[in-house]
Design a protein around this ligand. Structure first.
Ligand code: ADP
Ligand code: MG
Length: 235
């Protein structure tokens, strides 16, 4: 579904992505893990076309994404930090996004809007929202257009435990429908019952890409956090 071939990206002298290659298929929930600054967000933004790589290429369903934008309507993206027009209300934001995405109301997935009770906050302006509520809006927008691919950058950061659990259940539900989920998180314990594969990034390089079973088998550790720790110690 998404293939990256030898993707590199430099910001000045800094190598943010160093010859990264990967394949992501539908029905997978792939965790992107790595220390701060290891290139996770840059990789995500490259897939979205928000960062243009210096070399290599990315395909979406077999088609090169450069100079293309149509594929983006198949993706729901929850950014690490959502930035919205301060003076718009939640309701106006939702309407604006529906206009931009130009999708029929019947295809909308309002699960998260309902479960996060955003319907009760439609008149609130974006600038007045707490960090957690802003995250809820970002999450609801990512799922709203029923995309084939969900790219979630630190989705549970700032969410309270109840909201976090709602979002996790939603991710599992969509994965089971055969969607592709790419997710980054620092809280490895949260990913345990969610992900099918792990990609580990370090200093812009992809260190490994394994199924969770293979990682467990290789490390003898059941828990993701322990398995990753064991890989890092032995690296
Ligand atoms: P992660 O998401 O893994 O924490 P990022 O992909 O955000 O890492 O960043 C990787 C590296 O690229 C970091 O050193 C970061 O400072 C740098 N970087 C990211 N975006 C930019 C940018 N727009 N301009 C300059 N440097 C950037
Ligand atoms: Mg990041």
């Amino acid at each position: 579904m998404i293939i990256a071939s030898n993707v590199s990206k430099k910001f000045g002298k800094l190598v943010a992505l160093d010859n990264v290659s990967l394949t992501c298929n539908k029905g997978e929930c792939i965790a992107l893990i790595g220390p701060n600054g290891s290139g996770k967000t840059t990789l995500i933004k490259s897939i979205l076309g928000m960062v243009v790589c210096n070399s290599g290429f990315i395909t979406f369903n077999g088609k090169n994404i450069s100079h293309d934008w149509k594929y983006r309507e198949r993706i729901g993206y929850m950014p690490q930090i959502g930035r919205y027009p301060d003076n718009m209300t939640i309701g106006q934001m939702l309407e604006m996004m529906k206009d931009i995405r130009n999708q029929k109301n019947s295809l909308l997935d309002e699960d998260l809007i309902i479960q996060f009770k955003l319907n009760e906050l439609l008149d609130k302006r974006m600038r007045t929202l707490s960090g957690g509520t802003r995250q809820k809006v970002s999450a609801a927008l990512a799922f709203l257009f029923n995309p084939d691919v969900l790219i979630l950058d630190e989705p549970t950061a700032g969410l309270d435990p109840v909201a976090s659990e709602i979002l996790k259940e939603k991710i599992i539900k969509e994965k089971e429908k055969g969607k592709l989920i790419l997710i980054t998180s620092h809280i490895l314990s949260e990913l345990d019952d969610l992900v099918t594969q792990i990609i580990y990034m370090q200093e812009g390089s992809l260190k490994f890409h394994k199924t969770i079973e293979a990682l467990r088998l290789d490390t003898g550790q059941e828990k993701l956090s322990k398995a990753i720790a064991s890989v890092m110690i032995n690296a």
